[in-house]
Design a protein around this ligand. Structure first.
Ligand code: KG4
Ligand code: ZN
Length: 348
């Protein structure tokens, strides 16, 4: 192999046990064991269930990743792991496993930020990141707009959600509409048959003073409540609920605000590359509207393939490989987990 770093990354911040191996900017394998089905009947991720599932999945997932990539653990140059943000117990399983591997193999350990990893993963899909890149991360746990001059040590937060994350809003609206968990893909599918201008749902934080004080922040909780009220009113009147129209109109309200603010951020910060990551980046309408608005604004859009947008180990390995390539110092072996690790801290 060339002298590019060979890095194994471990991700356990939520309900996916992800193990990926990256060689420089090349993805060798991305193995994910998910406990999502164990949470479905609760309508959300149960932290204790997730931690237990990580514990059971960790060793088999590492073994499978190495086998499929044809990599022996001793050949690795470094181990990287998500140290935050995320569920405390779930993070602990990943960090403890990474430390054990690093100590047993005598390899450097990099504790990295989950959000920066969502940005870095696009390197294995679309090549080096232009510096700076604008990144919008939208998932079940986070909705952030980030200015990224250097993904290994300079990530700046322009805005974030004030309440629900974008994916959380999708999941809650899905529940109101009687669709299964996680709701995002179901709302996306239902919306294809619906009219996105049927109902004029509110666009949070987009007018007047809000645009001064919360220019690049988001709020989806008012929208979620508006959808629930609208549906309740219909039900109380004994009328049927037009699921496809509600899904399409709700989805339009979310992706309209997301793309509008992301492109405004690009314009005001003079950035001509926009990267969208996180589970909600799989949304078909978000992709279409982002493409349309980016083309109009002369901004190049980068969206990793859906499997790399949701939580995975490849993203952690990709950031780890960047850290090694840029000569960043490894983390201390006493590396802590930090469930509310700030997005501006790339490495713990
Ligand atoms: O990144 P991810 O796998 O996990 C978190 O870190 O949260 O994102 C999962 C979230 C869920 O809320 C799910 O409903 C949402 O992403 N999602 C979608 C779509 N696919 C997944 N939301 C809207 N449209 C989709 N097609
Ligand atoms: Zn995530």
């Amino acid at each position: 192999m060339s002298d590019e770093p060979l890095v194994l990354g471990i991700e356990t911040s939520c309900d996916e046990t992800g193990v990926g191996i990256v060689h420089g900017q090349t993805l060798l394998v991305d193995t994910v064991a998910s406990s999502v089905e164990e949470h479905a009947r609760f309508g959300g991720v149960v932290p204790e269930v997730a931690s237990r599932a990580h514990l059971e999945a960790m060793v088999p997932t590492i073994e499978r990743a190495c086998r499929e990539a044809g990599v022996a653990l001793r050949d690795l140059d470094a181990i990287s792991v998500t140290s935050g943000p995320g569920l405390a117990g779930a993070l602990l399983v990943g960090v403890a496993s990474a430390k054990a591997l690093a100590v047993a193999l005598g390899k450097p350990l990099y504790g990295v930020n989950h959000l920066a990893s969502h940005v870095a993963v696009d390197i294995v899909e679309h090549g080096p990141l232009p510096e700076p890149t604008m990144a919008m991360l939208v998932s079940g746990g986070h909705s952030s707009l980030l200015l990224v001059p250097d993904v290994t040590n300079d990530v700046r937060s322009l805005g974030a959600t004030m309440d629900d994350a974008a994916g959380e809003a999708f999941d809650k609206v899905a529940r109101v509409l009687g669709l299964p968990f996680p709701g995002g893909p179901h709302v996306d599918r239902a919306a294809r048959e619906g009219n996105r201008i049927a109902i004029d749902f509110p666009r949070g934080l987009t007018t007047g003073r809000d645009m001064e004080r919360h220019r690049f922040d988001f709020s989806f909780s008012g929208l979620k409540t508006a959808v629930a009220r609208w549906v309740e009113t219909r039900q109380r009147a004994g009328e049927s609920v037009p699921v496809a129209d509600v899904a399409a109109s709700f989805q339009e309200a979310v992706v309209d605000v997301l793309t509008r603010k992301a492109l405004l951020a690009c314009k005001e910060h003079d950035v001509d590359h926009l990267l969208i990551g996180g589970g909600v980046a799989a949304n078909s309408r978000l992709r279409a509207l982002a493409e349309e608005r980016c083309a109009k604004a002369g901004v190049t859009l980068r969206v990793p393939r859906p499997g790399l947008c949701t939580d995975n180990g490849a993203m952690v390995a990709a950031l780890g490989a960047q850290m090694v390539a840029k000569g960043r110092e490894p983390s201390d072996l006493g590396l802590p987990t930090d469930s509310s690790m700030p997005v501006t801290l790339v490495q713990a």
